[in-house]
Every structure is written in structure tokens, then in C-alpha cells.
Design a protein around this ligand. Structure first.
Ligand SMILES: Nc1ncnc2c1ncn2[C@@H]1O[C@H](COP(=O)(O)OP(=O)(O)OP(=O)(O)O)[C@@H](O)[C@H]1O
Length: 391
């Protein structure tokens, strides 16, 4: 006799979530199961396109369905969509922040954006660094934004990334560095909401350094998935990064993790790495706040010349520096997935490493949305090129 939906759900208890230490059915991540003509359609509540963990879980679900003698069709459900959000078509907003200036925040944001775009993810980058909006230069975008028929700003695009920057504003006699308080709030909100981003898997935001009003404006105006916090290893930077992490946690915003930049000097001739400013500071701060250390990126002339030549180093494949950023991308997508799934499961998304008994109904009847939305290969939005669930 063909197994029914309840039996399939029971079988899916064998699929463990690697971050939340619980199975996907118990966590309430199976939105729907349908059995029809030997095909099982499973709609999963995953929302981190190109996350290796979510791809692996998709593969495991397929294996379990096949073991029941049925053909699997794993799709991403649309239950994540939030029509009340000011950015309903943007799946994940990820600010890149730093406690102090000059630590390499923009370098990390631009390289992370190009590394994400390299996978095929739909990526936007908002350069909200009011005091030094330098992303267009670093990423090599010369085109200016356009205007759509319905009056929205159309961001220029390069290397698969849509970019909006405070730098574009200086064209109309407005020096962003002269702006203060409410004007900054207004401009930032406009840049975010009046831009026609289209469907995005990830919108990265290069925040101004520090822990002031501009950062808070952003946190208030859009639903932030989680922040990447960048620091250098020396003590003074670490003190500032602590403030940054506290700011996010005080507002209930998850911190995806810490990036220690310029953690050592990579000698271009011998390839060895030499610690100039000490090491392990980023790891210590990450441990102190119980968030992951996402990457240790050495000071590398390739990274520097990449920014100077308007090409993030991740556009060049196969260099040691590019590989660090590809690893960072993989960690970030997995963490985005973990934070989203923790929230979905009723766990504390600011602390997904500490699972508690989930409040979700173990039968998966979360009551949120229905299944059958876009397949795992299309990011659940119906258009091409999005999420990857192991197809
Ligand atoms: N790992 C690295 N190796 C070599 N050079 C780097 C590295 N990270 C950043 N740089 C260089 O350091 C300079 C400052 O970096 P970046 O502009 O990214 O810092 P920032 O934190 O965004 O600064 P700001 O606070 O001014 O916005 C740039 O010239 C960049 O190319």
C-alpha cells in the first residue's frame, strides 16, 4: 500500500537540522506533504537560497522519500512572504557593520556580494555609508540609477549585483556627509523603499561605521535577517565591535557572526601568513557573545589591488583571497538559513545555537501559508535563478 502523508511526515523525522540539533518535522519546517500518483511533494520552510545546509537537508528529504518507494518533489513554500514588509520581494536583508571606520567593512560587503552573485543568487547591495559611500568605486559600477515608469529608482547593475549608493545623491548638490539626523533617516528610508530592487535573495547593506542613529534607522525601517560584524584584531577595534554587537542584540536583531579582517599579513611571494596585530581577537569576541566567527581574512595585497582596480577579488576565481570570501559566503548563507529556521521554529533567532523545545506543532501544521509554491530550484518566488534545495 502507498504510504500516506502521515507516514511520510513520520519518515522525515530522520532528517536532522545541522544547526538546530532537531529534526525538520519536529521543528515545524515541513509546511505541506502531498502524495499523488507515486509522487510526494514536500514543501519546506527554507529561506536561505544557496545555503549548503539547506541543500543537504533537501537531499536528505529526497532520500527518505525514495526509501519509501516514492518519487520526491521538494519545493520551497511561500509561507515566508510578508506582504506587510516594505520590501516584500526581498528575502533576506543582511547589514554589514563595524564598530569603527577603516576595518574593511566595505571590502567585506562588496566581496560577499560578488561571491553570492557568483552562485547565481539574486543580490542587491545598498551603500548606506553616509560618511564615505565608496562602494560604486570598489565594485566598478559607473552607470547611474534610472527611473521606472511608476517613478521608482532603478538601480544600476554589474556582475549580477544591483547597487544603490548614497554616492549617487551627491550629484544633486547634496553632500551626504553634511546631512544630519532626520534627513539621513529620510534619505535612507527612501533609498531602501523607493528603489525597485525586484526579487532579491539577499540585500546586503554597507552600514556607516559606528553604533549611532543611522544604523538604528535601518534596523527600524526594514525586517533585518541578521548582521555581519567586521573587526580587525587589535584591542581598540574589538572594544568597538562589542558595542556594535550589543546594539544589534538590544534591538532583537540576530548577529550572523564576526569577520576578523586583516587578521594577518599574507606574503604574496611566499604565501605565508604573519600576524601583525596579534590574533584571535575576533574569535574571542565571537565566543564572548556566543556568535560564530565567520572568517579570518588576512591583509592581502590582492584584496587591496582588487578594490583599487574596481574589481572585488572574488570576481577572480582561484586566488587564496577569493577563496576566503567564498568560504565566508557559505558560512553566511548557512547562518541566514539557521536564523530564519530558528525563528520559524519558535526558537530565539538571536541564539539559534541554543535550541529549546520548539513551539511549532510537530505534525508540521504551522498554520502559516500553504505549500506548493515555487520549487526548490526557483527560490519560491516563481522566477528563475533563486534558491537551491539540492536539485
Ligand atoms: N584584507 C585586506 N587586505 C588588504 N587590504 C584591505 C583588506 N581589507 C581592506 N583593505 C583595504 O583597506 C582600505 C579600507 O577598507 P574599507 O574601505 O573596506 O574599510 P571600511 O571599514 O569600509 O572603511 P570606512 O569606515 O571608511 O567605510 C581599502 O583601501 C581596502 O582596499
Amino acid at each position: 500500500m502507498t504510504p500516506d502523508e502521515a507516514q511520510v511526515r513520520e519518515r522525515l523525522r530522520a532528517v536532522e537540522d545541522p544547526e538546530l540539533d532537531e529534526d525538520v518535522a519536529t521543528l515545524g519546517l515541513i509546511d505541506d506533504v502531498r502524495v499523488e500518483d507515486g509522487v510526494v511533494t514536500v514543501a519546506v520552510a527554507f529561506n536561505a537560497p544557496y545555503s549548503g545546509d539547506e541543500k543537504a537537508m533537501g537531499d536528505r528529504i529526497r532520500e527518505e522519500v525514495e526509501a519509501l518507494g516514492l518519487e520526491p518533489d521538494v519545493t520551497v513554500s511561500l509561507s515566508w512572504e510578508d506582504s506587510d514588509s516594505p520590501l516584500p520581494d526581498v528575502r533576506n536583508v543582511v547589514p554589514v557593520a563595524s564598530g569603527k571606520g577603516g576595518v574593511g567593512k566595505t571590502t567585506v560587503a562588496t566581496n560577499l556580494a560578488t561571491a553570492l552573485a557568483e552562485t547565481g543568487a539574486r543580490v542587491g547591495l545598498l551603500d548606506a555609508d553616509i560618511y564615505g559611500p565608496n562602494v560604486p568605486g570598489m565594485i566598478g559600477i559607473e552607470a547611474k540609477p534610472g527611473l521606472s515608469e511608476d517613478g521608482k529608482i532603478v538601480p544600476p547593475e554589474a556582475d549580477g549585483i544591483k547597487l544603490m549608493s548614497m554616492a549617487f545623491l551627491s550629484e544633486d548638490d547634496t553632500d551626504p556627509a553634511m546631512l544630519r539626523g532626520p534627513m539621513i533617516d529620510k534619505l535612507l528610508s527612501e533609498l531602501i523603499e523607493e528603489t525597485d530592487w525586484g526579487h532579491l535573495d539577499y540585500l546586503l547593506v554597507d552600514l556607516p561605521p559606528g553604533t549611532g542613529d543611522e544604523q538604528l534607522t535601518l534596523l527600524q525601517s526594514v525586517p533585518v535577517t541578521g548582521a555581519v560584524v567586521v573587526t580587525t584584531p587589535e584591542d581598540i577595534a574589538l572594544e568597538d565591535v562589542r558595542k556594535g554587537i550589543r546594539m544589534f542584540h538590544d534591538r532583537g536583531t540576530p548577529v550572523l557572526g564576526v569577520v576578523e579582517n586583516m587578521s594577518a599579513f599574507r606574503c604574496p611571494s611566499c604565501g605565508d601568513e604573519h600576524e601583525l596585530y596579534g590574533s584571535g581577537g575576533g574569535a574571542d569576541v565571537a565566543a564572548e557573545f556566543d556568535v560564530p566567527l565567520l572568517a579570518e581574512i588576512p591583509m592581502d595585497p590582492e584584496i587591496r589591488s582588487g578594490s583599487d582596480a574596481d574589481k572585488p577579488v572574488t570576481v577572480l576565481q582561484g586566488t587564496p583571497a577569493a577563496d576566503r570570501f567564498f568560504d565566508l559566503r557559505d558560512r553566511v548563507t548557512d547562518r541566514v538559513g539557521a536564523v530564519n529556521r530558528a525563528e520559524r521554529a519558535g526558537l530565539d533567532p538571536t541564539d539559534p545555537n541554543t535550541p529549546t523545545v520548539p513551539s511549532a506543532d510537530p505534525d508540521g501544521n504551522s498554520g502559516k501559508g500553504d505549500a506548493g509554491g515555487g520549487g526548490c530550484g526557483d527560490g519560491g518566488t516563481g522566477s528563475a535563478g533563486g534558491g537551491d534545495c539540492g536539485d
